[in-house]
Design a protein around this ligand. Structure first.
Ligand SMILES: [Zn+2]
Length: 684
């Protein structure tokens, strides 16, 4: 479980930015991006970002392009250099190229295999044939558990998900988790909404499933029939699943049981067979995240014709490998639905970018180890740590100052704050990839084996003490997260650089930008979801009833505030879904502000002296806003408004600042200005 700073498009679904041959100088605070024709009290986002918008037209392969993608693109170029050097085989290396390490051999060969489209096209469906035959041989529900375990291990996301996670009641213990899943559309409401646009999307989805079946050799009438079957079956699973808003409350997902009891509820699906084939525990404590879903799954197995189940499994098998492991015709069809139709991208992302992402996803710490050695100076780690400690200190003081929280809850809040572990850059101990077998020229087999490795690695954690040093993001990632069950904040190396942080720029810029992110991640420990976990990461209430009530009243102000925003015509933001992120944005920026004021005060900074035409406090707010400059296609904006826990970037800027009178003061905004909320919301 993790609360991330920004949503990143799923690999193979949304494209990444166009390559810039000569990367521009990225700055944390950039006065040249400011549009002085816009009144900062009218629309601060436009004021701070219009210059960036002018310089950065949305690339054709993008659904969304902002500062995060701008830096991701630069990191991707760096990863490409590493991978291209590692891809040179022993036989072709010259005297200046040292022999490849075991890790370099694996990431280099995997990259080369992914790039080798002629091999991928030549092999076509041959590597999947044994799997298609297994599915074709499934004659009764009795064979489903072993087959499903086999498919899950190779990354086929059919019916449900199974893996390891910390026990909600005891975060030091790792147990098995069975989760709802099995959908090809982004989330359950895509199957249930009745508006015209949603109905059209479902028709387009069915056409996509049919096209994949046809590409795989099914005759047309059969393919069309099977695609309708897939939609019907997934709709049934969707209706039994929690909504994404319901999933945000950990109480809704907390159903501790043991494998034996769970097994008894699945009367038509042998959990023993599944566990044996998956090499998963056949006994012991576990969590059934969504009992209603599993009850429906059980019923479905009993009453669904086998040819429908086979069609469904065939679809998920093809879907799992359609990205870079199957011929270009599959790849193109996959792009057309997920990147173009769903999110509006106009052009397919170049192959090298997708292959770089793929290696980063499969063996991110092998690639990341080389990446940090080359691109992450140790001094950056130290600077980030100092800033994190300063912001934790600001939070400590701010808790003292809260007028709505009782002394008893304050003590607990501080205990939790002081228990937060700071993880910066990369893991202390690197993941061991010895057991992944990478065969040059076998892209599909490699994808399968990489998933099998990860599946086994994940399950091996069950029953062992939790490893708090483990990372959920790879080192080159441009993002950050808070993990409520580990009570730690995580800032990957890939993020700790301009335009988010720079040792060459002043504190106002760095605190406004990366300081607000550090504050954001810390605040997640105290948002509507995170606050339910204690300092050890256990799901255990440490609030007095009165304080809880006051928290909820304050949070409700923000729910209403974001519910009122119409992001695209007819689609409002979901205040409850985005509440945790909105709380973290507002609380985080406030903490960064307090922390920076302390720092400026200690340094006797002249708060009236201007630089590039702006006072230090103005630069603080502009740096905050400039991290969110983002161009977004309407299709993507719609997807985001419907399903993303993060509000679109314009609101992550303007709506947050409207709640801070300190911002209005810095720009002398009138009380009636659009950038001033007359009744500001505030929790932290
Ligand atoms: Zn967040």
């Amino acid at each position: 479980m993790a609360f991330v700073l920004a949503s990143v498009p799923a690999p193979g679904q949304t494209a990444a930015p166009a390559a810039t041959s000569s990367p521009v100088q990225l700055r944390v605070f950039d006065a040249s991006l400011v549009d002085k024709t816009v009144d900062p009290c009218d629309n601060f986002y436009r004021f701070s970002c219009n210059g960036w918008f002018k310089r950065n037209p949305l690339p054709a392969d993008q659904a969304r392009y902002g500062r995060f993608t701008e830096l991701s693109e630069l990191n991707r170029l760096h990863m490409r250099q590493i991978l291209e050097a590692a891809a040179v085989p022993a036989s072709a290396r010259n005297a200046n190229q040292p022999p490849r390490s075991a890790n370099e051999q694996k990431i280099g060969d995997e990259y080369a295999s992914c790039m080798d489209t002629s091999a991928v096209n030549r092999l076509a469906l041959t590597p999947l044939k044994p799997e298609l035959e297994r599915i074709a041989a499934l004659q009764s529900p009795a064979g489903l558990p072993a087959l499903l375990a086999h498919l899950h291990a190779m990354g086929v996301k059919a019916f449900f998900g199974m893996g390891s996670s910390e026990d909600f009641a005891d975060a030091s213990a790792v147990i098995s988790f069975y989760n709802a899943g099995g959908l090809g559309l982004p989330e359950r409401d895509y199957y249930t909404r009745t508006d015209a646009k949603s109905e059209e999307l479902r028709r387009q989805y069915v056409a996509h499933v049919r096209n994949l079946f046809t590409l795989a050799g099914e005759p047309e009438p059969q393919a069309a029939h099977d695609a309708e079957t897939v939609l019907a079956l997934e709709t049934r699973l969707a209706k039994a699943s929690l909504t994404i808003t319901e999933q945000r409350d950990p109480q809704n997902l907390n159903h501790p049981t043991d494998v034996a009891s769970f097994s008894k509820t699945l009367t038509h699906f042998s959990l023993a067979d599944y566990a044996a084939a998956a090499h998963a525990p056949a006994a012991g404590k576990m969590n059934d995240s969504e009992p209603k879903f599993f009850a429906e799954f059980n019923a479905l197995v009993a009453d669904t014709p086998m040819d429908a189940i086979r069609a469904y499994l065939r679809w998920h098998l093809l879907h799992a490998f359609a990205g870079t492991s199957l011929p270009e015709s599959f790849d193109r069809e996959n792009w057309n639905f997920y990147a173009h139709i769903l999110n509006g991208a106009q052009k397919e992302q170049e192959r090298w970018k997708r292959c770089t992402s793929r290696v980063d996803m499969e063996m991110g710490e092998a690639l990341g180890q080389v990446y940090v050695a080359k691109y992450f100076p140790p001094a950056e780690k130290q600077r980030t740590l100092e800033m994190t400690l300063a912001i934790e200190q600001a939070m400590d003081k701010d808790i003292d100052a809260l007028d709505w929280m009782s002394a008893a809850t304050k003590v607990k809040a501080k205990e939790k704050l002081h228990g937060v572990m700071n993880k910066i850059g990369y893991p202390d101990k690197w993941r061991d990839y010895t057991n992944i077998e990478i065969v040059r020229g076998d892209a599909l087999g490699n994808q399968m084996r990489a998933h099998q490795f990860e599946f086994a690695r994940d399950l091996a954690k069950i029953g062992k003490p939790v490893d708090k040093g483990e990372w959920e993001m790879t080192p080159p990632t441009v993002n950050a997260y808070y993990d409520p069950q580990m009570n730690n904040v995580n800032f990957p190396a890939g993020y700790l650089q301009p335009p988010f942080f720079s040792g060459l720029e002043d504190d106002a810029a760095n605190y406004g930008d990366m300081g607000s992110t550090i504050g954001h991640e810390l605040t997640h420990g105290f948002d509507d979801e995170g606050r339910q976990f204690d300092k050890q990461g256990n799901l255990k209430n440490w609030w007095t009833a009165e304080d809880e009530k006051k928290f909820n009243e304050r949070a409700e102000c923000m729910v209403k505030q974001y519910d009122a925003i119409e992001a695209v015509p007819g689609v409002h933001l979901n205040g409850k879904l985005t509440l945790g992120e909105n709380l973290a944005d507002l609380g985080g920026l406030w903490l960064a502000w307090l922390s920076w004021l302390d720092k400026a005060d200690a340094a006797h900074q002249d708060m009236t002296a201007t630089m590039d035409g702006y006072t230090p406090d103005q630069r603080f707010w502009i740096a905050y806003a400039q991290q969110w400059c983002t161009q977004t296609r309407p299709e993507q904006l719609r997807s985001q408004a419907l399903g993303d826990e993060h509000a679109p970037d314009e609101y992550r800027t303007n709506t947050v600042l409207q709640d801070l009178p300190e911002f209005a003061k810095s720009f002398s905004c009138k009380k009636t200005a659009p950038m001033v909320n007359p009744k500001p919301c505030r929790v932290w």
